[in-house]
Design a binder for this molecule. Sequence first.
Ligand code: BGC
Length: 783
Amino acid sequence: MNKLDIDKLLKKMTLEEKASFCSGETFWHLQSLERLNVPNIMVTDGPHGVRKQGGDGDHIGIEVSNPATCFPTAVGLASTWNEDLVYKVGEHLALECHSDDVSVLLGPGANIKRHPLCGRNFEYFSEDPILSGNMAASFINGVQSKGVGTSLKHFVANNQESNRMIVDTVVDDRTLHELYLKSFEIPVKKAQPWTVMCSYNKINGIYASEHKYLLTDVLKNNWGHKGLVVTDWGACNDRVEGLIAGQEIEMPTSRGMNDANIVDAVRAGRLDEAILDSSVKRVLELIFKSQQVSKEDFNEEEHHQFARKVATETMVLLKNDCILPLKESQQIALIGEFAKTPRYQGSGSSLVNPTKLTTAFEAFEERQVSIAYAKGYDISTEKTDQLLIDEAVKVAKENEVVILMIGLTESFESEGFDRTHLRIPQNHVDLLEAIYNVNQNIVVTLSNGSPVEMPWIDKTKAVLEQYLAGQASGLALTDVLFGDVNPSGKLAETFPNHLEEFPANQNFPGERRQVLYTEGLYVGYRYYDSADVAPLFPFGYGLSYTTFAYTNLYVSKKKVTFEVKNTGAVAGAEIAQLYISKEDSAIYRPLQELKGYKKVFLNPGETISVELPIVEEDLKVYKDGEFVLEDGTYTVKVGASSKDILLEGEVVLEGEIFSQDETYKNITNEFAPSLEEFKTLYKKELPALVPMKPFTFTSTVDEMSQVWLGKILKNRVLKEMTKMFGDGEVPESMMLMMNAMLNEMPFRSMVRMNEGIPENVALGMIDVMNGHFLKGLGKILKK
Ligand code: BGC
């Protein structure tokens, strides 16, 4: 259907029908209209596997979904720095959408990793916007090349799970544009995602779902986004304000409540019908575009093997004291329950029901390598079990090398809540220490979605970061351990030594309803490099079974070229990185910033010439409402990580002369900006902290439980939530997520998303809770 036909169709729709197209028909479907042959299309999570649920569905992973291939999560994909591979992951996901009749996959997530404790970091790519943005763009291009849409999420500044539905992210304009928005700008411009999902939180005092500046001025007008803005599930605040701001679809359904609000607003002249028309037009365009898909079949085993290949590239070798790769003739002890019950994906809306799962134990067996196994710890607890330790120590003593599989268990990280510390469970540490007393040849393999601290690292000979490597993680692990695949992953995030070390920790997760990003641009390596602090492992770091040498840098205004040579004995891939500095800048800047990278594969002794463009646009800073290039000399640095710069040159670029500004300049490891300093950076009045009372439609059920009616409401909601699980056992991570939702979900979202309380009754209840009994009763008894 072309644009003209869509215009004609729109003209045939009644006001009520158009209003109904501004939200979903069901939890996972957009609105359809039989009368005019508008089909019913399905959207579903994402991002690292298709999660198509039957029935009514839920967005936190309670109801089991159709089997689908579980690929490594975003943190691992980013560690490959391989855009072609990520594109192919997208293509594979799209084929699985074809077979499930899914038109839009809800991903990828492009939020910047501001803090390693964010519970959802496993689903995000990087702390750097160029890497994150390019990964997201490749993912989107891959999925969409097969006629399936994506949803770039969660737009924007949604960098923590704590209070995610109510918190106001207060961030200065420059940081917002150069860091948090940049990670979305790149994929929007390079890949045109069919949809962009706006987040739950507020940004500088305004809900993302009704932020006109961000949704219309920036996303639609400046970046040229042609698709839809869809809300995160339950993120719509005021529906009419949302439409005016440029938010086309509220998801999931509001069960007609907001349709009525839209109709009333048009009739009362509060909403221009032309705005409604242009929103519905975008919705119809997407629906009909999705009908042009030409479906392809896929083979489950082939996808499993592809997931294996991807996983081998995601792994990052953090330490290797000449112990890896292993030889099959060695006597190997495989220790840790993860070997049989792997941690291979995260929890929450991205939870995939895998088509197949190959554990490390099975992968060793498949290779016919004989191993001695011991459980070592129980994944359901952090408590040390001496019997399990004794058994593991015995096995470790009798073997030459120990592969010790440890990391974070499921209850540590998930959508819905943040981690509270950087440690791995105590029973994992106790196990490592006990084994060390009898066998020092320990290779630790880590399964986790975000950095952990490693005070125990000196007791290991090697550490391999597997992240959450998907359903073929066991096979990929043995491929790398035995050297069939030379590890080539590099960290897309900094691993801190401990939490107190970096400035974002000052305000994480902040107040219940407000978090101040006082650190500005000093996030991740931008801080560590500027303050000259050595992290545990720097951004861009990762070892290989071979070595590389960098030479012959040549810099021009448009590009840099240099050579990389494989100086070792085995073939391998290297990720060369380009950082750019402006040390004499008139304004504050991080010491250096990533501006390009290239992954190259080299046989032993082979040399390759690498060329990377210098893109002036990427060197601009956000100043007084626009991106501007500063005039003068820039230092061009090429290296193997942000802390391993191997070649340096200079380039002089013509731009604007900036006036001097000392704010946040020349920081040290004592950088801990005060509120006053932050205000200088922020430049405007800080948004007010919203008081808990009077209660409003955006108050949470937990906040309302301070008064009697709120208490009754909370108990009722708790009961309903428990019912959702039926008689089955509830995993701890899910319980934690449910609690977080209860504490943080605004009353308006609960009312709209669930059967039970009509909107007038809900609004009346709020009046009653605020002590206006008669007024409330009036609303409750209306119609
Ligand atoms: C998550 C989104 C997800 C949606 C639908 C929300 O809670 O934040 O990432 O796509 O649910 O499941």
